[in-house]
Design a protein around this ligand. Structure first.
Ligand SMILES: Cc1cc2nc3c(=O)[nH]c(=O)nc-3n(C[C@H](O)[C@H](O)[C@H](O)COP(=O)(O)OP(=O)(O)OC[C@H]3O[C@@H](n4cnc5c(N)ncnc54)[C@H](O)[C@@H]3O)c2cc1C
Length: 418
């Protein structure tokens, strides 16, 4: 079968890989000059299998209200002039209860854990170098209040069998992150999740795209998709750069832009672009740098180690599709990295970046068929698209190929919002 994948982010490329593995003739179209040029470009780099958690959680509305008035807040809401923004927030608020949280978390953990399995199978065959590490996540708490609040999370993690170590004596943090020695006495506690990994999502996606080419996948870069043409209940073609592309099946993996694109064919996909920021800093003092990921609970900022770079990422800004950089966000990232890992990198050469997380109100992705018989969706992976990418790609490729996916998939379908 001829399959056209729209979007060459980590989700589109992962889907293309498994489609090609299943024997299809695959073409990937993207407006950028290379793979992973948008949200998959400089994310925080966490393969967060253990800490896969929905944003919509009991108590979140109260927390969010407090954050809105805080300096260096992890959450910023600026009206974008659309009613949809408030509707999406309302849908998210409706998921902030214990029952919805458990359901959504189980869906996310299922895709993430499957992704972990897929990465290990892929690496056994392909050995992709993406500056990956398997040294866990250390979540640090600066106040007793944060430690107390973490007990609930720990309960949930234990329920899901996620291996973890509760660190009551902060000095112990240095066993995992020696460079925290200067600040450890001032911390209130920590949590260590040994199963989590790290790695550069862009490097991985680019290299997987190269492997795709080896399987015969065709990439059409610098092709902006202008329209999806439908014919009753089927997609007839896709228009990009004024050219018409036809296939037997189409996959929409346009990240945050899946919603506006699918709106043109009458579909209402509940994805909102939640902006986040990152700083990438070249390391100049190895001993002062992190060895894996440190998650600062106070600022909700993650600091991740690549080979010779540190990636600092965080913040959730709901302000529409604009990507412009707000200097205040850079100040927050600078503040956290300088407090935790002072003099570890060349901050003057740091690269500041922003990207739009494709978020659903329940935080779980949308993977599966749409109301058009030959159009599938793989989007809405929100804060964890890098973590979930391979699993999500494999599930959808199997569904399209008429192969029973290896995990439960029905409740991931976009139909749950119809
Ligand atoms: C600050 C930040 C930190 C993050 N940290 C992590 C993390 O630590 N771990 C984790 O798992 N996830 C993380 N994420 C989330 C993760 O980056 C995303 O979920 C993931 O990259 C989404 O991938 P995607 O392929 O769906 O979207 P994208 O990577 O955005 O891909 C969509 C593609 O569609 C193309 N496109 C869009 N419109 C058109 C059009 N009209 N025509 C042609 N092409 C088009 C774009 O060029 C793009 O290449 C983070 C995100 C941010 C912003």
């Amino acid at each position: 079968m001829k399959v056209l994948v729209l979007g060459a982010g980590v989700i589109g490329v992962s889907t293309a890989w498994y489609l090609a593995k299943n024997g299809h003739e695959v073409t990937v179209i993207d407006r950028a000059a290379s793979a992973a040029a948008e949200t998959s470009f400089a994310n925080a780099g966490q393969l967060s299998y253990g800490y896969t958690t929905p944003w919509a959680a009991p108590g979140m509305p109260k927390k969010a209200m407090k954050w809105l008035f805080k300096e260096h807040s992890p959450l910023i809401i600026r009206p974008d002039g659309s009613v949809y923004q408030w509707l999406w927030l309302w849908q998210m608020w409706r998921n902030c209860n214990a029952h919805a949280y458990t359901t959504n978390k189980e869906r996310m953990v299922r895709v993430s854990e499957y992704s972990r399995e897929m990465l290990s199978r892929l690496q056994a065959e392909e050995h992709i170098d993406f500056e990956g590490r398997q040294r866990g996540t250390l979540q640090i708490f600066r106040t007793d209040k944060e430690v107390a609040a973490s007990k609930k999370d720990i309960g949930v993690l234990q329920e899901y069998g996620v291996p973890l170590t509760v660190i009551d004596n902060p000095a112990q943090c240095t066993e995992y992150e020696p460079a925290l020695a200067h600040i450890a006495p001032r911390l209130a506690g920590a949590l260590y999740l040994s199963n989590d990994g790290t790695g550069d999502c862009r490097l991985f996606t680019e290299r997987l795209a190269e492997k795709c080419v080896g399987l015969g996948v065709r990439f059409l870069f610098q092709h902006t998709i202008n329209a999806i043409e439908t014919n009753g209940c089927r997609v007839r073609s896709v228009l990009a750069n004024g050219q018409r592309f036809e296939a037997d099946h189409y996959v929409c993996a346009l990240g945050s832009f899946s919603r506006p694109m699918l709106k043109t064919v009458g579909m209402n996909v509940p994805i909102y672009p939640v902006k986040g920021y990152s700083l990438t800093i070249p390391i100049h003092n190895e001993a002062a740098a992190p060895v894996s990921t440190v998650l600062d609970e106070t600022y909700k900022v993650a600091i991740t180690r690549f080979d010779r770079r540190i990636r600092v990422g965080g913040m959730a800004e709901l302000s529409g599709y604009r990507l412009q950089h707000h200097p205040k966000r850079k100040e927050t990232l600078d503040l956290v990295v300088n407090e935790l890992f002072p003099n570890s990198g060349q901050t003057e050469s740091a690269e500041f970046w922003s990207g739009l997380r494709p978020m659903t109100p329940d935080s779980a992705p949308l993977i599966g068929a749409t109301r058009f018989a030959n159009l599938s969706l793989n989007s809405g992976h929100g804060t964890l698209g890098w973590t979930m990418g391979l699993g999500a790609g494999k599930i959808l490729a199997d569904l399209i190929s008429g192969i029973q996916p290896e995990v439960v998939y029905g409740d991931l379908s976009p139909a749950r919002y119809v």
